[in-house]
Design a protein around this ligand. Structure first.
Ligand code: NIG
Ligand code: FE
Length: 409
């Protein structure tokens, strides 16, 4: 049996019974914690915790004690929106971007999603796996304890299957839960340039049945955006997964509001992601359903586009999750501490709200709410031991710093 007994913890954060619904309202504003605490782990399972004043030294072998004075312990973050399996960075587009070319102009020049797809198509499954695995290991070391990964850079059935199989292989190796999303409609492949309907038909008639038959995905996703796919495409794709275990998560309202949120809520999407641009109809639709709004401020930061109006969503009682959107084109970071800072600095979320959005609500956005996002007796997910810090607010305040002392479990 392995045993670790952490003592003199400055604060154990997010200690609460497993919530039954995503946090909103006053619950969302508050993060329960135990100051000056101990925490006992046996065989990778949290078996006890409490205040130091009730700690009984006589119960433990002194060799098992680890003094972590001044440090916080968090449940690891949940990253519910990433594109971690990709072939190459797109640093070659970076200078164009600095010179003022927009996301759409870069795509029109042969950059963008089609560029990433060309590189994925050129790699074997083994090569793509070897390139992607170290990224996952690095983001775990950085504080992520549950991860969603999307396909979407394949753009042919075989290349999409290649990405999904790579995700499956990564899932089998790493010691965090990984959810897999089939981003079926991400960009229109060249061979369908003037035949979007034909492409959607192929996705519905061939691609989705194949992915279901091979059980390769937990979610389906669509990039619902002007110049990409629209609400009708989203509806067709949502109907095509009916009867399967797959659920819907959608990229919507990154640049324009074209009815994607309404279609997603109507089809009971687990989450709608991005939401940089929101109109009142979108807020109404979200209020009427149970869909989580997943905000991706690192994408806004990198592309210099508006930040999602988080306060408007909070005011309306809509549940918010935060994620990295780690991808080579619009958010080349998987650092959720940086996302935390951006949520506070740019979207006016409080440190507590943003922490809830990165843990409990993000766990809900990937179906892991019964095991991840909180610390409870029986928790066997990863925990973050932080560097020495005076407060919870210090972490997002001290932006772009390394706050992870070590990951445990
Ligand atoms: O979430 N918006 C669509 N998909 C990705 C970016 C894709 C890319 O540019 O490679 C996103 O931002
Ligand atoms: Fe994305």
């Amino acid at each position: 049996m392995t045993k670790q007994v952490y003592i003199n913890i400055r604060e154990i954060v997010q200690v609460r019974p497993i919530p039954i619904a995503p946090l909103t309202g006053s619950q969302f504003q508050h993060v329960p914690s135990i100051p000056c605490a101990f925490l006992v782990i046996e065989n990778n399972v949290v078996v006890d915790f409490g205040k130091m004043e009730s700690f009984d030294h006589g119960l433990y072998d002194p060799q098992d004690l680890i003094d972590v004075s001044g440090r916080f312990i968090f449940p690891a973050f949940c990253d519910s929106h990433t594109h971690t399996v990709f072939a190459m960075p797109r640093d070659t587009e970076f200078t164009d971007k600095i010179k003022g070319l927009s996301y759409q102009e870069i795509a029109a020049k042969g950059g963008g999603i089609l560029n990433s797809a060309k590189h994925v198509q050129a790699l074997s499954e083994d090569e793509l796996f070897e390139i992607s695995l170290p990224r996952v290991k690095a983001l775990i070391a950085g504080g992520t304890g549950a991860l969603e990964i999307k396909s979407g850079y394949g753009l042919t059935l075989l290349d999409e299957l290649k990405i999904l199989r790579v995700i499956k292989r990564i899932k089998a190796i790493v010691d965090i839960p990984i959810k897999s999303t089939f981003l079926a409609a991400h960009a229109l492949p060249d061979e369908y340039k003037s035949n979007k309907q034909g492409f959607i038909q192929a996705v519905v008639d061939q691609w989705i049945p194949h992915v279901i038959a091979e059980d390769l995905a937990d979610y389906i996703d669509v990039f619902c955006e002007t110049g990409y796919f629209d609400a009708t495409d989203l509806e067709l794709i949502a109907h095509a997964i009916q009867g399967s275990k797959m659920k819907l998560k959608v990229h919507v309202n990154q640049f324009t509001a074209i009815g994607g949120i309404q279609a997603a809520v109507k089809n009971e999407a687990v989450s709608v992601d991005h939401l940089e641009i929101l109109d009142p109809k979108d807020l109404e639709a979200l209020k009427s359903g149970k869909t989580i709004a997943t905000l991706l401020p690192a994408c806004s930061f990198f592309l210099n586009i508006p930040f999602s109006p988080a306060r408007d969503l909070i005011k309306e009682g809509i549940p918010i999750a935060l994620a990295s959107d780690f991808n080579p084109g619009s958010s080349p970071t998987s650092n959720l501490f940086f996302v935390w800072s951006l949520a506070c600095i740019k979207m006016k979320m409080t440190p507590e709200e943003a922490f809830n959005a990165l843990t409990i609500n993000a766990a809900f956005a990937m179906g892991l709410q019964s095991t991840h996002g909180t610390i409870y007796k029986g928790y066997n997910g990863k925990l973050i031991i932080t560097n020495i810090s005076p407060s919870l607010a210090f972490f997002p305040y001290s932006f772009a710093s390394n706050h992870v002392f070590t990951m445990i479990n």
